[in-house]
Design a protein around this ligand. Structure first.
Ligand code: 5GP
Length: 185
């Protein structure tokens, strides 16, 4: 499959989960989510920007009618470190009150972002909230959050691609890769 190997424009990045591996896991998650929400209204809440590519594939693997919403969040910080201070950068287009919401994240690291989101959604009066993350780094957890649907459990390495960035670059890599060495500045 194209680009399932280190690419020239992303030096220092080693492929961890290639396109076929990602597609197979997304299909499994979509089928589980579809079975769990059968007969129930579902709102998929994509957390921007990191979960954008994952969500685009995931919703197409869920064989149910659903509503798709987007919420932009950012934590202050740059490079490979986050301050843990989260803010909403763009809000959903419609209210989430009384909705059954599935929050879709790219990666749960310390858990601070997900904790912030769960508190914000509780305040909005969602009927139910479950969580889905493509990647989970449990060894880094600071906040004990529950991830209901996990794609892959990963070690404490900085990952890029398939939505994940390094300083806003490399989200468009079609695979999830490990940053083995810092890119030339
Ligand atoms: P947390 O609040 O759980 O520490 O981290 C959540 C956010 O930090 C993720 O949604 C993601 O944007 C960023 N993050 C955490 N680990 C990584 C990583 O390995 N690579 C990238 N690119 N972002 C990460």
């Amino acid at each position: 499959m194209a680009e399932d190997f280190p690419v020239s424009w992303a030096p220092g990045v080693r492929v961890l989960f290639g396109q076929a591996t990602l597609a197979a896991r997304v299909a499994e998650l979509g089928s589980r989510i579809g079975a769990d929400y059968a007969g129930q209204p579902l709102t998929v809440l994509c957390v921007l920007k990191g979960a954008s590519l994952f969500t685009a594939d995931l919703v197409r693997a869920i064989a149910l009618p659903l509503q798709l919403e987007f919420l932009g969040v950012a934590s202050y910080g740059s490079g490979t470190t986050s301050s843990g201070e989260v803010r909403i950068t763009s809000d959903t287009g419609t209210p989430l009150h009384d909705r059954d919401v599935l929050v879709v994240e790219d990666i749960v690291d310390t858990g601070l972002t997900l904790r912030f989101l769960l508190q914000a959604l509780a305040a909005r009066g969602c009927r139910s909230v479950r969580t889905c993350a493509l990647l989970d780094k449990p060894s880094r957890r600071v906040e004990p959050v529950t991830v209901d649907y996990t794609g892959f459990v990963v070690e404490d390495r900085f990952l890029v691609g398939y939505g994940l960035d390094l300083d806003e670059q490399w989200r468009n890599l079609p695979f999830v890769g490990v940053l083995e060495s810092a890119p030339p500045s």
